[in-house]
Design a protein around this ligand. Sequence first.
Ligand SMILES: Cc1cc2nc3c(=O)[nH]c(=O)nc-3n(C[C@H](O)[C@H](O)[C@H](O)COP(=O)(O)O)c2cc1C
Length: 357
Amino acid sequence: MLPLFSSFNLKGIPVKNRVIMPPMVCFGYAGDDGFVTRRNLHHYRERAEGGAGIIVTEAACIRKEGRTANSQLGIWSDDHIEGLSHIPEIVKSYGAVSLIQLHHAGLIAPESVTEQPVAPSLNPNYPNARSLTVEEIHGLRDDFIRAAVRAQQAGFDGVQLHGAHGYLLSQFASTFYNRREDDYGTILKNRMRLACEIIDGIREACGESMLLTYRMGANSPTLADGIAIAHLLEQKPIDMLDVSHGGSMVTLPRPPKGFDYNWICYSGTVIRQEVGIPVGVVNEIRTPERANYLIENNLADFVNLGRPILADPHWVSKAQHHEEMIVACLNCRPRCKWYTDSAHCPALQIRMKKELY
Ligand SMILES: Cc1cc2nc3c(=O)[nH]c(=O)nc-3n(C[C@H](O)[C@H](O)[C@H](O)COP(=O)(O)O)c2cc1C
């Protein structure tokens, strides 16, 4: 058996293989109220059936005005719990571990969501945004914790905090966005204070057994900052680091010559060597061979396959059992069609044609 398909003991919870389906918002599936729809459930059923060891449900917003899109899932109200509960029910019925990502867009919440986004500090590129008071930061912290409690009540095995991609928590982490001069700005410990308070609060409210993972930005804004963030986070009661990018594309780490993965995935492998907790890597991994190489060579504990699993929900089982060809993601440019309308994903068209014959 390939190492990619070996099991992993994640804090006593068995994970059947090393593949994570990372969080990916299904734009247009939910309505403005953020309630889970039948389309969402069908989406997760197909992909849970497809064999990933961990399925991280797409970014669910802890506040309505913190969304990144109007069709994002909500977890800002107790009313969301019932609808959300069907996702872990389905995912777990296929033997996968079920997490949900908790999110707030901060500075980059679009105008369609809020007229005045909130941010760690003022930013000339976002003239409508205002900076948060300390009292408001505490309110956001408490909302993240409340959202985690809802996730637990809904039956998820755990939550992933969205600390990457230039959203609220990565805005706080990075000197690129955070120009505060109080206890939530300047030195690293202060910039990570909100994330750490959320982590401690979730542990206290949800207990030891719930999984808690953190998606961080490796370049925050440099890889050296990312490594420092990883060292700080490994001291906290989290169970896995998932390493993606930090949103700002100003300083990009360079993989060494001959390392055939992009800088985001490379950064994850660097951080994996630095910390003593499990690490998941991501971005353009794409094929079973490339995914397996990372696990086999101890460069990662888990690999995230995002667009490949959007393109072919059964990517993992096909890779494992070689029964059928994987329908590959065609790497649409300038952007993946799932950001606008998943029905236009060319891989979906190929799958539908295959089913007709
Ligand atoms: C349509 C779409 C939605 C996404 N939504 C999220 C999200 O909700 N949270 C997140 O952390 N990343 C999100 N991502 C990023 C993916 O999780 C992943 O990091 C990215 O697609 C790179 O991995 P890949 O090359 O395997 O696709 C999204 C990506 C896509 C294509």
